[in-house]
Design a protein around this ligand. Sequence first.
Ligand code: ADP
Length: 505
Amino acid sequence: MRRLLLVNALIFAVLAAAVALAYYGFSYTSEVSRDRELQLMRDLAEEKVLNIESLVVKDDDAVFDAVHLDDLGKLPEAVKNASFMSVFVLDDQLHPVLDGYVSRRQGKEGGEFRTWFMAHVLPHLPLTSKLPPNERGHLHGVWDGKPYLFSFMRKTSGDRTYYVVIEDDLTHLVAWLFPQFFQFSEQSKRLYQVVDERGELVYGAPFSDKDDTVVEVPFSDTVNGWMLRAAEKDLGEMAVLRRKRIVDWLLIGGAVTVILAGLAFLAIAIRRERRSNELKSEFISNVSHELKTPLSIISMFGEMLAKGRTKSSEQANEYAEIIWRESLRLGRLIDNVLDFAKIERGMGVYEFAETDLGEVVERATELCERRVAAAEMTLDAELEPDLPPVSLDANAFTLAVLNLIDNAIKYAADGKKIELRLRRDGERLVLSVRDFGPGIDREEHARIFERFYRARAMRLRPIRGSGIGLALVQHIARAHRGDITVTSTPGQGATFELWLPIKRA
Ligand code: ADP
C-alpha cells in the first residue's frame, strides 16, 4: 500500500515538474522574444523624446539668459534663431515693456498677433509674483484651432520683477527637428509618428494602432498632450518572431503531451503488472490446492486398499475407481499447467495431422462420462456424421473439449444437463458446449479468456480453479485458425462455441 502511494506520488511529482517546465519554457520564450523587443523600442523612444525636449528647452534657456530688462537691445537677435516666433517681455503688471516685443511675423501681422496674444493667451499664463524666479514654465494649447507652445519665466532686475514669454515655433519643431530624429531610412527597423491630444497625426506616416507592438511615449516638457508612437517597421520580422513563438509553443506542447502520454502508459503498465502479479499468486495458490485435493484423496483411498481396510471386493473396486478418477483429474490439471507454461514461453506446441474431429470429441466425452455421472448430470452429445477431416492437433483439441466439459461440470452442475453439438457451418466446424448453470455476466465475457482470470461470482463460491483453462482453449482454437466465443444470459446457462476452419491455409 505504501509502495503504491509512493508510485502515485512519484507520478504526480513528475507530472507537476513537466507542467512547471512547460510553463517556464513558455514564459521564458515569450518574454525573451516580445517583451525585450518592446522594451528596447520603448527605451529608444523615450530617449528621442528626451533629446528633442532638451533641445527646445536649451534654446528657450538661451533666450531667457539673453534677455535683460535693462538691455533689450539683444532681443531682435534672439528671434533670429529659427525655433522662435515671438518673444514678449512684460512688466510686473503684465504690460509689454518698451521694445519688449519681437516677432518673426512681419508688419501688421506682428502687431495683430501681439493684440491677440494679450487678449487670449496671457490670461491663461500663470504669471504671478509667486512664480519661482528663473525657472522655465511652459504652456501648450490650442487657440482658434491652432496649436501653440509658450515658454515663460519670471525674472528680476534689482527689485523689479518682469516676465519673459517665448512663443516657440511648432512648424520649426515638426518640419525641422522631428525629421532629424525620426528620419525614415531603409536601415531603420522602426517607424515613428507623433500624434496630438486628439490622436491626429502631427508627424510621420500612419500605421495600425491595433497592433500590440506599438509603444507610446508622451511629451512632457514641451508639447504636452502630444505623443510619440513607435512600431516595428519590418512586420515580416514580427511575423517571424510570432511564428517562432508558435513553434516554441508546439514544441513545448508536444513535449508535455509525450511526457503525459508516457506517464499514463507507465501508470497503466504498473497497474497491469500489479494485477498480473496478484493473479499469478492467486493462480499458484489455486493450482497447489487443486493438486492437493486429488492427491490427498488418492493417498487416503490408496492407504485403505493397501492396508486391506475394505469390507468387500465391490468397495475395493469403488476405491480403486476413485483413485483412477482422481489421478485422471490430476493428470489433466498437470497437462493444463504444462501446456500453458509452454505456450507462455512461446514454444511451438502443436502437431497437426488430418483428423476426424468427431472422433476426437467422442473420445473426450467418453473420458468425462464418469465425472458427469458423479456430478449427477447428463451429457447429451449430437455429432453430425460424415464431417470432413481437418488438420488439427488431436491431443490439444481433446484438452480443449475436456476443459469446456469440466467447466460445465464445475460451474453448472445445478443445471443437470450438458448439451454438446458438433456441426458443419459453411466452411467451419463448430463445437458448442451448452450448460444450464448460473451463466456469466456480460461484462466478463471477454475477460474469462484472459489468463488467470476467474469470474467474480465464482471467486465467491468455494469452487477452486486456476483461471488458465479458457485461456488455453482460446490459444488452442486460435492456433487452429479458429476461435472460441461465449454467449450467456446470467441465470440461464452458458454456451461456448469453439470453431475451426475446414481448410487450413
Ligand atoms: P477456472 O475454471 O480454472 O477458474 P477457466 O479459464 O476455465 O478457469 O475459467 C475462467 C472463469 O470462467 C471461471 O473461473 C468461471 O468463473 C468462468 N466460467 C467458465 N466456464 C463457465 C461456465 N460453464 N459457467 C459459468 N462460469 C464459467
